[in-house]
Design a protein around this ligand. Structure first.
Ligand SMILES: [Fe+2]
Length: 270
């Protein structure tokens, strides 16, 4: 029926709730959450393949493709710690090594009110499940008008160099695999280790020991502790962009990005 065809997908229809019982009181929900939490604690991430069901994945990917034209692109060089270059450090210091990043982002305010992605982001059971995996008593959706839930767009030549995130955790949804490249690679849980500097140097030198590659499977939800684990996205090539929404949450209500961060990622501060 035409009216049914036009009914928007609800988050309950998007998420494979049989495989992933994330809603409060669902059969097996407690055990599932406990397992996810343990995996996150042990490995620094929790990846849930086929979290989004295939029919909803089509809707979300089509939507993101349409919106990707509105992405703002930013090319930058940065060290692995995302700190400013410090000329007082020795030239061989790992903090002076520069990595390249070229990525676009569609700001949240450009995502229509009725978009499936927006409805998924605003769905409380997803927020509460993520909070549970992270071991947070309460989690709030980000209050930033651009960065709350944005879509990362890696088109031909796009890449994200090795780095640790500034934020404790990042939640992403793999929507569209590019023609080539765009692999998520990481070396788990090395921040603060006695040999951290040596490991980071080796990784930046291209040493593959300890590097884990997470296959890009469209429909995967990834909860990731990015400030403990160095990571990157390998260079993308081809016409088909890599599309990955980033869902942002904070432990306090009302958290936003600084005007500087907005200017950098979305090309405007207001
Ligand atoms: Fe990151």
């Amino acid at each position: 029926m035409a009216t049914l065809d036009r009914m928007p997908l609800s988050p309950e229809d998007m998420v494979d709730l049989e495989r992933y019982p994330i809603t409060d009181g669902a059969t097996g929900a407690d055990t599932f959450l406990t397992n996810c939490r343990a995996t996150f604690e042990k490995t620094g991430l929790c990846a849930l393949p086929n979290f989004i069901q295939s029919n909803a994945l089509d809707v979300l990917a089509t939507e993101a493709n349409t919106l990707s034209d509105a992405a703002f692109f930013c090319k930058s060089s940065h060290n692995a710690y995302l700190t400013d270059d410090d000329a007082t450090l020795g030239e061989s210091d790992v903090r002076r090594r520069q990595e390249e990043t070229y990525v676009g982002s569609v700001a949240y305010d450009l995502i229509p009110e009725d978009a499936a992605l927006r409805r998924l982001y605003q769905w409380d059971p997803l927020r509460d499940f993520i909070g549970g995996v992270l071991g947070k008593d309460a989690l709030h959706r980000f209050a930033d008008p651009f960065g709350a839930c944005s879509i990362n767009v890696f088109r031909d030549g796009g890449e994200h160099g090795w780095h640790f995130d500034e934020s404790e955790f990042t939640v992403t949804l793999m929507l569209q695999r590019p023609d080539e490249g765009g692999a998520f690679e990481y070396v788990p849980m090395i921040r603060g280790r006695a040999d951290e500097t040596e490991i980071v140097e080796r990784v930046l030198d291209g040493d593959r020991s300890g590097v884990v590659q997470l296959p890009f499977t469209a429909g995967t939800l990834l909860i990731f502790g990015g400030n403990q684990t160095i990571h990157r996205v390998t260079r993308v090539s081809g016409d088909r962009p890599r599309l990955v929404p980033v869902l942002c949450y904070a432990e306090q209500a009302g958290v936003t990005n600084s005007p500087e961060v907005r200017q950098l990622f979305w090309g405007r501060a207001e």
